[in-house]
Design a protein around this ligand. Sequence first.
Ligand code: ATP
Ligand code: MG
Length: 745
Amino acid sequence: MDELLNGLNAAQRSAVSSPALVLQVLAPPGSGKTKTLTARIAYLTTVENLQPWNIIACTFTLKAAREMKERIRGIVGDIVVNKLILGTFHSVARRFLVRYGQEIGIPKNFGIADTSDSKAIIKRIITRGDYRIDPSQARSRISGLKAKGTTAEQFSATSAASKKIDQHEFACVYSEYEETLKISNQLDYDDLLLRCVELLTKHPECVSSIQAVLIDEYQDTNNIQYEMMTLLARKMKRITIVGDPDQSIYSFRSAEIKNLYRMRAAYPETVVVNLEDNYRSSACIISSAKAVIEQDENRPNKSLLPTHCAGEQPTLRHLATANVEAQWIVGEIDRSTKLCAGLLNFSDYAILLRSAALSLSIERELGNAGIPYRMVGGRRFFDRAEIKIVLDYLRVINQPDHNDALVRVINVPSRKIGEPTVKKLLEEAETSQMTLWKLVLDCAQGRRKPQCKISTQAQKGIDTFVNLILTSRMKLFPAEDEDCNLYELINHVLQKISFEAYLKATHKENWRERWENVEELIGQATQMATAASKGDDTLEDALPVVDGIDQRQDTAADLLSKFLANVALSTEMEKEEGVEQQQVTISTIHAAKGLEWPVVFIPAVYNGSIPHSRAEDHDEERRLLYVGMTRAQGLLYLSCPVKQSSEGETTLSQFISSPRIQRFFSLRGPSFGCTVIGDLARILRRPCPSARDVEISRTLVERFEDDRYPLNKDEIDGEDSSWSANYASSDVRPQPYKRRRTEPA
Ligand code: ATP
Ligand code: MG
């Protein structure tokens, strides 16, 4: 117990060991909410003796789920942690549907349509029907309706009376979309939650063993997630949520800040705990972030106290253009990591963006400088062309009725089945109310002659394809004495379609890199299968089983659907964790929620970027900047290009343009030298630098005299050249890291 509460402050401890059944921990960024939630899970299993399979914990991303799992593992060990039901709302919903979905008519092997799958389906429907609707808008509208619980039938019924054409067209798109998902046995993200709510409502016995529900980043839950939470906690009404209204940034996903108050009304016994100490950032960073968020006059004032010393003021820099801005950022990272080699790594830096589209010039500069980076919340590893092909094959093998995946790969590599033929076959399948797979299977096995004319060559191609899928599916369900793993299955497919040769032929310039990506994918699949066989994977299906003993062995088929679900549910990953390389992180601010880095850059801080030109809710945009700024631990750099490439002059974001706010920044013009190094060097002048800071400063001073390091004294000194003199004089003694209250000294 002591070990469990060690390293927590008094308020955190009281939350962790609170006897309250319903608990809300509301606190600002960096105050240890996630840490507290993690400790409470450990507390429930060790002190309150709850079984891990009786506990559900929902996080915002799969990555957060993994991190939390690792932290809990450290406290309670492997066996317990692997049996926790821990994941995103979507992955938790999926587990219940896999286990109990048949009760409400969902076949066990359902697939998951991710955002791009959904978009592709909608696009096809719109093109076929010649509707004048924008696919992306249609998708978010459907998602919005689903989040509100409006079905396609209900929408059609209400829109029938409408005189607006687009209303009718949209009703058709919605209905056809739902039909397509049903035929191909897929659920989209919204369905996962909706159907889970339906399941739990109709079959409360599914959650009869659940004794506690815990939720991180509660401020961003939407109404369906709220409902799911109450249903999951139906038996024991034991709920812990942690959140921060100031960090609510997902209203575009129908997140409802009101859910905090709704919860208090529904559970009058709710106990609220506030945490006030910030353990993440330097005091200067906190002051500047507070100044930004406090411009929102409608928000209640809250206290946020630094536990670290002042540190360096955040920098606000104007640069000529976006390219110069990117060069500056990359230059700073390059020089400071070289100079502080061994002390600062690439993974200590993050570049946080309002929108992923801003990343282009930064990615190019990082590439030029040979600096490794990972892109979070942008284009995913799984969205690369070569990876998509392999995944589509796996989707078809897992579930041949997946029309979209089948259409994408039936002629890749070319089997001489032209696009018009595929289109005609698809139409024929749709009019005969069957899936494309059933149609081509019937044709290949001679049970049916297609109505459209098909060349002998194309028919041969179809036969080969059908054969490949059938033999691969046989591997999924091997005879009892045979063994098949995902590795063999994927290799079988790749060999049969000669994929390496195909890449060589189609992408002469970079086939090697693409093939490496494919190998990486195989590695991930195998890794996941190995983890699953040890009972340890994020999507583990070990749901409330009697005594937590899950007798079921994972078959190759189970593993394949799990792997594909993992892919579909990963919202942000570049490559799976485990690849612990030293990389700079580029992320959208949205995807950086809950994370922290020693050095953070937020470029493009101008009106139109943040607040975004299309954003209606400027308070939410301000909160977004606040979330971004509070990711920084030691150094924070905001910058703004004076000129945007095409659209002329920019104006500094309204959130930081007032003189009152600017007091919290050091304003640096183009003539100022290398800021990161300057800031690091000046750290010595702080009243209480941390041990690490001192180490960095000392190294800088040593390297300062060393010709091998590209360092220019004037650059470092900036406005003040006293730092090295200070260091030399013995009266500046590094003081120990200032700690407060319960932190171990
Ligand atoms: P966010 O709102 O950004 O998600 P959070 O409130 O969840 O932040 P955590 O991520 O849990 O904050 O904690 C922030 C940092 O502070 C982490 O590095 C964590 O380990 C550290 N921390 C939290 N509590 C303490 C404490 N009592 N003593 C020392 N360090 C702490
Ligand atoms: Mg957190």
